[in-house]
Design a protein around this ligand. Structure first.
Ligand SMILES: CC(C)(COP(=O)(O)OP(=O)(O)OC[C@H]1O[C@@H](n2cnc3c(N)ncnc32)[C@H](O)[C@@H]1OP(=O)(O)O)[C@@H](O)C(=O)NCCC(=O)NCCS
Length: 204
């Protein structure tokens, strides 16, 4: 995975009304394993992994890299929100040369339906906007992942393309507050054109 790039990390824990966004710690390991092993969480992410395999593979302090926030309620981890660089060889790129910052998010099923992700994302995106001013953020989610798509649209990600990857139709969204990146690509910020280009390419 490509590193996010130079930034001050870890930041001081970020508090929201109900949550704390912080760097991961050794005590979060069980929750990381639960996330990887959960059929619900992994339904659109390649399926669950066996616990025994995870116990072997997951490091003592998982998810310790710049851009990965553990989301905690009363000190207990309920999920993660992360910003990583999207591999330039994958479909769905907005910046010249690729390497867009991509938002990732996984929450334990018992935390769903309470708007925790809705509350955590803006805090993580504000951190990113301070660390990497003017950069857009992308996200990619299966069209079948309706919770994820609803959240993306409510939090200001605009559809820029749909394409097939990993045997499923993917929704590729961009959050470009200044509008500068999409505008410079299309001359007029036409995300629909991006969508059409991608649809044409997938017909080849
Ligand atoms: C994607 C995921 C984070 C969405 O979780 P979520 O709980 O639906 O999202 P939120 O935290 O924003 O909560 C929104 C829900 O809270 C409800 N809600 C309750 N109070 C609310 C409030 N004050 N404001 C907004 N929504 C509120 C909403 O109605 C919504 O539920 P609904 O979609 O059933 O109507 C979660 O399903 C998940 O972790 N999935 C597995 C991992 C995954 O697929 N990640 C995507 C990777 S591409």
């Amino acid at each position: 995975m490509t590193a996010l790039g130079p930034c001050a990390w870890p930041p001081a824990p970020i508090g929201t009304e109900r949550l704390v966004l912080r760097e991961s710690e050794a005590r979060d390991r069980a929750a990381f394993i639960e996330l990887f092993a959960s059929p619900e969480v992994r339904a659109h992410l390649g399926g669950p992994r066996p616990c025994a395999e995870l116990e072997e593979a997951v490091p003592e302090v998982p998810g310790r890299r710049p851009g990965v926030f553990v989301i905690a309620v009363d000190r207990a981890m309920i999920g993660t929100v992360s910003l990583d660089r999207r591999d330039a060889t994958r479909p769905g790129q907005v910046r010249e040369g690729g390497g867009d910052a991509e938002l990732g998010y996984v929450f334990l099923p018992e935390a769903w339906g309470r708007a925790y992700a809705f509350e955590a994302w803006p805090a993580a995106l504000t951190w990113f906007a301070d660390a990497f001013p003017g950069e857009p953020v992308v996200l990619c989610t299966q069209v079948a992942n309706d919770r994820s798509m609803r959240l993306a649209e409510r939090l200001g990600f605009a559809e820029a393309a749909r394409f097939e990857e990993y045997g499923a139709v993917q929704w590729f969204g961009v959050r470009d507050p200044g509008g500068s990146v999409l505008a410079s690509r299309h001359g007029d910020g036409d995300a629909e054109a991006d969508h059409r280009e991608s649809a044409d390419a997938s017909d080849q």
